[in-house]
Ligand binder design. Structure first.
Ligand SMILES: [Zn+2]
Length: 115
């Protein structure tokens, strides 16, 4: 089913949610990133640290993997606490730069489409 067909038959909200979850369009990726960033900022790194450890690599090798702490670091970053984000996982800088570039490209694409 085409995206326009799905929007017409199921409503615009399910279509936006689907695009955000699947990342199938620039607008969907922007909405998904906004929802994820807001959720991480609201939950916060402290609450995330108290939660269960779900890294399978770390569970197998019994050491932190290179991506361990990335969710807490992103949460701290979305709260504007760069120092804590860097302390939690310094690789967050690379992720933020690449992710920011992708989202900026998506934003420019969406703005270009609206003109
Ligand atoms: Zn890990």
């Amino acid at each position: 089913m085409l995206r326009a067909d799905r929007s017409a038959s199921e409503g615009i909200i399910p279509a936006i949610v689907w695009e955000a979850v699947s990342g199938s369009s620039p607008c969907g990726r922007l909405c998904g990133a906004l929802a994820l960033g807001a959720t991480l900022a609201i939950v916060g790194p402290d609450r995330l640290a108290r939660g269960p450890q779900i890294c399978l690599i770390s569970a197998c090798i019994r050491r932190p993997c290179p991506a361990c702490g990335m969710t807490r670091a992103a949460s701290a970053l979305f709260r504007g606490d760069l120092r804590r984000a860097m302390r939690t996982n310094p690789r967050i800088v690379l992720v933020a730069i690449v992710g920011g570039a992708i989202l900026l490209s998506d934003l420019m694409s969406v703005v270009k489409q609206r003109r």
